[in-house]
Every structure is written in C-alpha cells, then in structure tokens.
Design a binder for this molecule. Structure first.
Ligand SMILES: [Zn+2]
Length: 596
C-alpha cells in the first residue's frame, strides 16, 4: 500500500547477519500498526539524499543495529557528511554490545563501555519518563532472563542521557536527547517471534530485555499513528460463590459496598445454582448493576466440562448453562453477562466454536492452552486484546490477583483490558489486600474504565488514522460499542475471520451493511456521519438446543452432588484453620500448574 505522507514511517535498516532480529522488529512494528519499510544501506542513503543536507525527515524514524550503521558508513561515497541519525526525527538502536561502535548521537551514553548483566537482576523502570514507560513507570521487575543482556556500564543522570530500564550493574535501555530529536538505545536484540507458540500468558519478568524496550519505544513514538486501544476496561471476576451475604471467606456485602466508578466486579456464577439466590439479597445485587454483575461459570462446574468432548456435548452444556442463567434472571431480575468463564480454566478450541454457535459474546480465561489439540497460541495472539486463533468466540485473558503487578502493567502497555480473577480464599484477611491492589492498579493508569464484562467486550477494538480522511478500526470481538473517533471520516472496519464460521450479517447501528470476506479478514466501510450509533454486531449461524439431552440423568445427578461437596469445602471446611493452610498450599501448587 502507498504510504500516506502525513503518517509516521519507520525505516528498518537491513543487515544480513542479523536478519532474524531485524525481521522480529519489522513484524512487531507492523503488528502495532506502524508503517514500516525494510531498507538496504543503498536504499537508505538514497532516501536521505532526497532532502538537502542538514534537513531532517519529519515523521521518519530510523531503526538499526550498530552493525547496520557501520555498513552504511562504509558504503558512503565520500561526497556527503552522513551522520544519518541526525537526518531522522528519531532513532532506535538495538542489539548494542561491546563490539559496537556507537554513533555520535549516543556518545553521552557510555563511551562504549559495557558490562554483562547477571542472571538474577532486579530491573528498575524509570519513574521520570512517563511518556515513554506509560503504565510500567517506576516498577521493579525481578527478571528471569535466560540470556543476560549487556548493559551500558555507566551513565549518570543529569547528562543528555536518561536511563529507562536499568539495574545496579548498568543500563539496559536509555534515551539521549539532542535538540528536537530523540535517540533510543537498547542493548537487547529483538528475539520475540510473533509466530512462536506460547503455552501460558505473558510475564513481564521474562520479557524485560527481548520485548519491553521495543514495545515502549513503539507505543511512545507512534502513539498517534499506530494502533490504539480506544478505551481500556477493568473488572475483577470472583469464581464460584453463590449470591448470598457470605461465601467462604468472601463477605459479599462488603464487596458490594466497594463497587463504584473505580471498581467493578463479576461473580463467576455456576448456572446450576440458579434456584438458590434469596429474593432479599437479589435486590441488593441488582442495585449495583452494572458495576457488580454475574457471568456464566461452566454449567455444572464439573472437571473439564468444556474440555475435550464431542461437539454435541459441548453445545448442550453451553445451552443448558445459558438456559439456567435465563431462569435465574427471570426469577431474580439480576441481569447476567453473556460471557463464559471456564471451570478450572480448562477449555478446547471446539468449546470456543460451540460457545459462538450457542450465542455467547466471549470467554474469559486464565489459561491459553487448548486441551483438545494440546496447543498453545502464537505470541501475536498475546500482543492484542483477545485471542482469536481458536476460532469461535473470542477469548479474553485474565490474570490472578496475586500475579506480579508488572505483568498487569504490561497488558496495559500492549493495549489489553485489565481482567483479574480471585477465589473466596483471597479474602481470608478481609478486603485490605484487594484495596491495596486497586490502589496499585490505579497508580499504573488512572484512565481505566471499571465496568461490566459485556461493556469491556464491546471496547475491544483498536483504531488508527489512515490519512486521507480515513480511520481503520480493527475489531477483536463480534460486538463493539463505539463512538465515532473525532474527524474519523470514512471508517474502514476489519475483523479476523478464523475457522470456518459462516458470517450471516454485519450490522452497524442496527442496519445491515455490505461486507467482504477474503484473506482471512472480514472488511467493510461506512461513512461515520451517516450513523447515529456505530455499534457493531457480527452475526454467525447458531445451533439451536437439542430436544433430548445427550447426557444421562444419573450423569447430571453425579455432577450436582460433586458440586455440593465442593461448596461445603469452600463454605465451611476451609475456615477451619488447619485445613485452610493446607488447602492454600495446594491452591498455590494448582495455580502454578494452571487451574482456575
Ligand atoms: Zn470455578
């Protein structure tokens, strides 16, 4: 596609011996919506020559390794003074090591001296460069780097050089400012491959070197021209409780008092409990909607019920769960979120497809492993608001309340919602741990929108101006609730089309629009002024419930009995101290092995 002059453009300088790392940066830039050109030294010199000497290419950025810069220097023909880093609005140099010849602009950094980091460094993120570090500002990360990076051996504050990521031994990522341009330098190489399989959610501690400098630079430099999350939603999901004043250690009355504009919570409600909410308590719950809500948590909450099963069973469980939630809504007038949280975090790609066929908006889960194929997801799926590669309903990821705060901050930096999970035992010391966590999250970003899950599902789209009066909108769910971005003109929508799900209709503001489906994308365009509401709905074919159950009566009875026993454990036994300590240790073990 032809580059629009009004948009920023990143030139990535090729160097043969570093092809893999350079490809990684190009992929990452492209993933975050940055216009990018990969150029050889000749091509870059030609580009620099298109402007008179000493002029700068506004909006143009240079990305290079020291070896790339050296080869550029060697190939210059002598008739020009070519400190190319001065001819761009900004520069990002990565992969610096003891052999690197630093360009002039980076001289304030270290004079070329480097140290090797140790394996167990605690890295500090600067609290003085909020515009670069965003939600990661001021955090400390205990790193578990497999290959320790080099560090700039010194660099004192107060020079034009500012550390961004650093530790006792030196600096890993820094900025040097000169006049109106900024040069960023990282000792790390970009070793993140977007196609690499991941079997668990991202951890900031293992990405300090290989991802963070790149991500911070991209988010900072291309904040206007790359993909941006329109609004970032937040919610705490508490799995399993019944709707009653106390469940295990959870005092639901206190929790209800806590919800408000700065805190929203959802109970992962087990549908087969639909007859057990007392009318008096239902009134209290209802009053707090939408900041307090319930969502679908399994069906009978039996082990792996949305795991590896035939489609006929999965679709029945999805429908029965939905039907029971409807019964609960009818008898209590408490609305529910049309969103599934899988019991124990166990799910299969087939279950995701059956959820869509049964009309669910999304699933929320801690785990990413599809137990049907024993397969994880590509790295790229974790660098966007929802996982779509399983096909079927979109999968939004949540994090345990006890996870490191730096990983929650990483989600915000990427542009993902802030979804958290707790169980009743988290409240064994009352509300204080939760209050402390909310305050820590507020310090990461004061602009989070704490709201209900369906609203958060509707916020999961990225936008970016396309130049020439156009705005691109990339959707990650089938239901987006959006306001037209200012001066958006024509809106070009795109939604990844996974699996073989047939799309029936695309509705904008309730009106069907023409759409195209090719190259794995659904696309359509509308003129934003033509619509009062830009709410989007993508409709897929549904499978109606079967008239006869595929499960036997005794099977369903067994599940219900097992559920009652778990409830006795949560509600009574765990409060007995000895057993509680033992179970807490067991839960920590389960968490490590990934249960939910
Ligand atoms: Zn559960």
């Amino acid at each position: 596609m032809e580059h629009d002059q009004s948009r920023s453009l990143a030139f990535v300088l090729n160097h043969q011996s570093e092809a893999e790392s350079i490809s990684g940066v190009v992929e990452l830039l492209d993933h975050f919506g940055v216009d990018v050109k990969r150029v050889d030294p000749d091509g870059l010199r030609d580009h620099i020559r298109t402007l008179p000497n000493l002029e700068k290419h506004a909006n143009h950025y240079l990305v290079a390794t020291p070896a790339g810069l050296t080869s550029l220097e060697e190939s210059k023909d002598g008739c020009e003074s070519l400190d190319c880093t001065e001819r761009f609005q900004g520069t990002f140099l990565f992969g610096l090591n003891p052999e690197s010849q630093l360009p002039m602009c980076l001289e304030p950094l270290s004079g070329g001296a480097f140290e090797e980091a140790s394996l167990t460094e605690r890295y500090q993120i600067s609290d003085r460069l909020v515009e670069v570090c965003g939600p990661m500002s001021g955090l400390t990360i205990d790193s578990s780097l497999e290959v320790p990076p080099f560090l700039f051996s010194h660099g004192s504050r107060g020079t034009p050089a500012e550390p961004i990521i650093f530790c006792d031994g030196g600096w890993l990522f820094a900025r040097v400012r000169g006049g109106s341009s900024e040069a960023f330098a990282a000792t790390s190489a970009c070793t993140v491959a977007l196609g690499a399989e991941q079997t668990s959610n991202l951890k900031a501690s293992s990405l300090v070197s290989e991802l963070l400098p790149f991500l911070m630079w991209i988010r900072h430099t291309f904040s206007d021209s790359g993909w941006q999350l329109a609004d970032c939603g937040a919610n705490l999901i508490i799995d399993d409780p019944l709707l009653k004043p106390e469940y295990g250690f959870l005092d639901l009355t206190e929790l209800l008092d806590l919800v408000g504009p700065d805190f929203a919570a959802t109970i992962g409600f087990i549908p087969c409990n639909h007859k057990r909410t007392a009318p008096s308590f239902a009134t209290r719950v209802r009053e707090k909607y939408p900041q307090f809500s319930i969502c679908v948590h399994g069906c009978y909450h039996s082990r792996g019920e949305f795991g590896n099963r035939p489609d006929s069973e999965l679709i029945e469980l999805a429908h029965v769960a939905h039907r029971d939630m409807e019964h609960h809504r009818e008898s209590t007038s408490i609305p529910f979120e049309n969103v599934m949280v899988f019991p124990q975090g166990i799910f299969s790609a087939n279950a995701m497809k059956c959820l869509r066929r049964a009309g669910y908006l999304a699933a929320v889960n801690t785990e990413i492993l599809d137990v049907g194929n024993n397969a994880g997801v590509e790295m790229r799926s974790l660098l966007q608001p929802a996982v779509l590669c399983h096909g079927g309903a979109p999968l939004l990821l949540r994090r345990n309340v006890t996870d490191d705060i730096s990983s929650i901050a990483l989600d915000l930096l990427i542009g993902k919602p802030c979804l958290l999970v707790a169980h009743h035992d988290y409240f064994s010391e009352g509300m204080q741990p939760l209050k402390a966590l909310l305050s820590a999250i507020h310090n990461l970003s004061a602009s989070l929108t704490w709201t209900n899950l369906e609203a958060i599902v509707g916020m999961n789209y990225w936008i970016r101006p396309n130049g020439a009066g156009e705005t691109r909108v990339r959707l990650f769910t089938e239901a987006a609730r959006m306001e037209a971005p200012a001066h958006s003109g024509r809106l070009l929508f795109e939604k990844a089309r996974e699996g073989n799900s047939d799309t029936l209709r695309v509705l904008v503001g309730g009106t069907p629009v023409e759409f195209e489906s090719r190259e794995g994308l659904l696309t359509w365009g509308v003129q934003s002024d033509d619509y009062l509401s830009l709410n989007i709905e993508i409709e897929y074919e549904r499978t109606p419930p079967l008239s006869k159950s595929v499960f036997s009566q005794s099977h369903r009875m067994r599940w219900k009995i097992r559920r009652s026993l778990s409830e006795i454990r949560d509600d009574y036994l765990m409060k007995a101290t000895g057993i509680y300590g033992f179970l807490q240790a067991a839960r920590r073990q389960m968490k490590r092995s990934g249960a939910g």
